[in-house]
Ligand binder design. Structure first.
Ligand code: HEC
Ligand code: HEC
Length: 298
């Protein structure tokens, strides 16, 4: 027994470099993949666009609109009822920004489902277009305005969350202009989880329509989606969700991107594909190592 162990050890010494090379390579590839997936998810931010009244910005927005949108939405955004293309006169900055930063517009062909893509325009072109669309009521001499870009209240610090008396239901249990994750979870559970699930993983609603996962949705996209209600999602106006409720939901969804996990390695919550991929590569490395160990002993 002792001799057997001693030979194994000396063999290990001589061959250790060769033995280790394969598994180390496989594990390294696994770690690089992990870094890739972790980095991939971290890039989910979108900045608040500046809705401008500057004539130069509006002219640039109109130019982009005429080239890329007017064939469907009509000159001046009046829409085409016959082709089921909606008017954009009263959609407001929130809808314009939502459809552009999520790459849903411009659509390729009427009848296509508007789906999430990487944006077609640069951030500054999106600002030009959003400013132009927000200005459409003015161009058409209308006083009606669509929803503007929603502002998002910050998360409360510990000091802010001291118990307060008063209307807990409408202010989320805080006195100042900040929101808590608990309030966000509660509001999300009541209004969103029936479609998006409480983890934000998404799924399929009864009519077969796909409900997207919210794992990568930037804060602004979440806020705008509530005010816009991209079909078939209902629209949550300020009457349904006030600024505090909207902000709390946004922070809760952001929290879902990196939830505190109590069990196991989750690979930043990127779901079963990334987890399985890393698991297989790292596990395969260990298995390879074990099998070569056994191989040299025989
Ligand atoms: C090929 C035709 C087509 C083109 C091009 C197009 N759209 Fe649309 N757009 C549609 C249709 C159809 C809808 C409604 C169906 C839907 O939402 O899927 C729509 C919906 C929208 C909405 C949501 C309206 C609402 O009522 O909430 C916005 C905002 C919008 N488009 C902006 C744009 C902008 C900005 C451009 C140019 C960059 C553009 N679209 C280009 C066909 C088009
Ligand atoms: C009736 C089901 C339903 C409810 C309730 C609902 N959603 Fe949605 N949501 C959808 C569907 C379906 C889409 C995809 C629409 C599309 O692509 O045009 C969507 C899209 C979104 C998007 C856009 C995701 C992206 O990456 O582009 C966000 C963000 C979102 N929902 C957040 C919410 C929040 C927050 C609530 C609660 C306040 C909510 N939703 C309530 C069905 C729902």
């Amino acid at each position: 027994m002792h001799r057997l162990l001693a030979t194994a050890r000396s063999r290990l010494g001589r061959r250790s470099r060769r033995l280790l090379a394969g598994p180390v390579f496989v594990v390294a590839v696994g770690l690089v993949a992990f870094g890739f997936f972790a980095g991939f998810g971290a890039t989910s931010s979108a900045t608040q666009p500046i809705v401008s009244k500057n004539p130069e910005v509006l002219a640039q927005g109109q130019y982009l609109f005429d080239v890329h949108c007017s064939a469907c939405h009509g000159v001046g955004g009046v829409g085409q009822g016959a082709r089921h293309v909606p008017s954009l006169i009263h959609v407001g900055a929130a809808a314009a920004d939502f459809y552009l930063i999520t790459g849903r517009m411009p659509l390729n062909a009427v009848g296509d489902q508007a789906q999430q893509h990487s944006p077609f325009f640069t951030a500054s072109q999106i600002e030009d277009l959003v400013s132009y669309i927000a200005d459409l009521p003015h161009i058409h001499h209308s006083t009606l305005q669509g929803p503007g870009i929603p502002s998002i209240l910050p998360l409360c610090s510990k000091r802010d969350v001291a118990p307060v008396s008063g209307d807990q239901a409408t202010n989320g249990g805080t006195s100042s202009d900040c929101v808590t994750l608990a309030y966000g979870q509660e509001t999300f559970a009541l209004n969103c989880s029936q479609c998006h699930q409480i983890t934000g993983a998404g799924g399929i609603v009864s009519n077969g329509m796909i409900v997207p996962s919210l794992k990568d949705a930037p804060a602004l996209v979440v806020a705008e989606a509530m005010r816009v209600g991209p079909q078939p999602m209902p629209r949550f106006g300020p009457g349904q969700l006030n600024e505090k409720q909207l902000s709390a939901v946004v922070h809760y969804v952001e929290y879902l991107h990196h939830p505190k996990d109590l069990g196991g390695l989750t690979v930043s919550g990127f779901g079963p594909v990334a987890e399985g991929f890393v698991g297989i590569l790292a596990g395969l490395g260990l298995l390879l190592f074990a099998s070569r160990m056994i191989g040299t002993r025989a």
